[in-house]
Write a protein that binds this ligand. Structure first.
Ligand SMILES: NC(=O)c1ccc[n+]([C@@H]2O[C@H](COP(=O)([O-])OP(=O)(O)OC[C@H]3O[C@@H](n4cnc5c(N)ncnc54)[C@H](O)[C@@H]3O)[C@@H](O)[C@H]2O)c1
Length: 371
């Protein structure tokens, strides 16, 4: 198979779909890999590394798309990339089709086989190609929060871990999933006092076990959230109700009762945010203040650490890339029902229920198109 790796052209996207290690594995398996010039440069992988691993470096994006059987990307294609679509092309990337009707139409109209990272499931039913980015964002949230607690950045001027004789900062993490657990781990490691709030009692028991009781757990209700946010120096939002807009767990009133110079990092902002006063921000203008509380609400936090993020993402995606290359998309999808849930478009047919429901259109189960 010929596998194409174009350079990402979406604003501020520095990750790349395949690393030199992936190129080597594909080449060893007998596949040809076309990598666009500088595709990995911003993630720390230069063209020479790709070339040494066996890739052919190509200056023209159109050539990469046009000559490849499968294109592996990171972000959903933007309009400039639509002309590259063609019948039978396998596109493996984050697609986030539900809110993007235009891209859905283009993929269906040009009969592309679109497999979306975000809807692939593993045997446990979790979303293995979303997890690594939540791990990155969760760990990063504490690092970012600690930095905004510094006076110069508008914070209270508190050192997260304190020093002997001076108490540490109090970090409240809301949502104990992948983001929340990773945030708690780093906050604890930096010496903070950590409280974690979740609705799911089973999850709270696991957290209590994982951290040996060193993280204070609280059941999620408005009384507990109000108290924990009032006491917090740093609040991290990591709530998710899959497929839905995040519930506003921290109300405007609760924010107004927080300490002046406290910091909120609402990681759940990509689903609307779990803090009422949160609104999406970008890496170029990441923070703002409401009632004296600093808000950091960047929707693509992993973009700030593209080297780590690319490695983490491709660790998870690459086994699937290799399977598609070795067996062809149809067989690879047929052999793994969880992987088949990643199939969003198949040669002109919409094959994902969630996308169909949000766009109010017809769909077909993947199994029936795969035969
Ligand atoms: N901003 C970014 O760059 C970025 C990066 C990665 C992930 N995210 C987002 O972070 C959010 C969390 O992701 P995740 O992978 O940790 O999800 P997850 O499903 O692993 O965890 C979500 C947790 O929220 C809990 N929860 C649900 N309702 C709650 C409530 N009312 N009160 C308290 N807890 C509640 C759930 O029980 C679960 O434990 C998602 O919206 C995800 O898209 C953002």
């Amino acid at each position: 198979m010929v596998v194409g790796v174009p350079k990402e052209i979406k604003d501020h996207e520095a990750r790349v779909g395949v690393t030199p290690a992936g190129v080597k594995a594909l080449s060893d398996a007998g596949h040809k890999v076309l990598v666009e010039t500088n595709a990995g440069a911003e993630s720390g992988f230069d063209d020479c590394e790709y070339q040494d691993a066996g890739a052919e470096i190509v200056g023209d994006a159109g050539y990469v798309w046009g000559k490849s059987d499968m294109v592996v990307k990171v972000k959903e294609p933007i309009e400039k990339e639509y002309p590259y679509f063609r019948e039978g092309l396998v596109l493996f990337t984050y697609l986030h089709l539900a809110p993007i009707r235009g891209l859905t139409n283009e993929l269906l109209g040009s009969k592309v086989i679109g497999i979306a990272y975000e809807t692939v499931r593993d045997r446990q039913g979790t979303l293995p190609l979303l997890t690594p980015m939540s791990e990155v964002a969760g760990r990063m949230s504490v690092q970012v929060g600690a930095s905004y607690l510094e006076k110069e950045k508008g914070g209270r001027g508190i050192l997260l871990g304190g020093v002997p004789g001076v108490p540490p900062a109090h970090v409240t993490v809301i949502g104990g999933g992948v983001v929340g657990t990773n945030a708690a781990r780093i906050a604890l490691g930096m010496g903070a006092k950590v409280t974690l709030i979740d609705l799911n009692m089973h999850r709270l028991r696991e957290i209590d076990d994982i951290f040996n009781g060193r993280v204070y757990t609280l059941a999620s209700n408005s009384y507990n959230v109000a108290q924990a946010t009032r006491e917090a120096d740093l609040v991290i939002g990591g709530v998710l109700i899959p497929g839905a807009t995040a519930p506003k767990i921290v109300t405007r009133h609760m924010v107004s009762r927080m300490k002046k110079g406290a910091v909120i990092v609402d990681v759940a902002i990509d689903q609307g945010g779990c803090v009422e006063t949160a609104r999406p921000t970008s890496h170029s203008d990441p923070s703002y203040t409401v009632d004296g509380v600093v808000h950091y609400c960047v929707t693509n936090m992993p973009g700030a650490v593209p080297n780590t993020s690319t490695l983490a993402l491709t660790n998870a995606t690459f086994p699937y890339v290799l399977r598609i290359a070795n067996r062809g998309a149809k067989e690879a999808l047929k052999q793994d029902p969880g992987f088949a849930e990643g199939l969003n478009t198949w040669l002109g047919t919409l094959t994902h229920k969630g996308v169909a429901e949000s766009q109010k259109r017809e769909w077909t189960v993947p199994a029936s198109v795969l035969g």
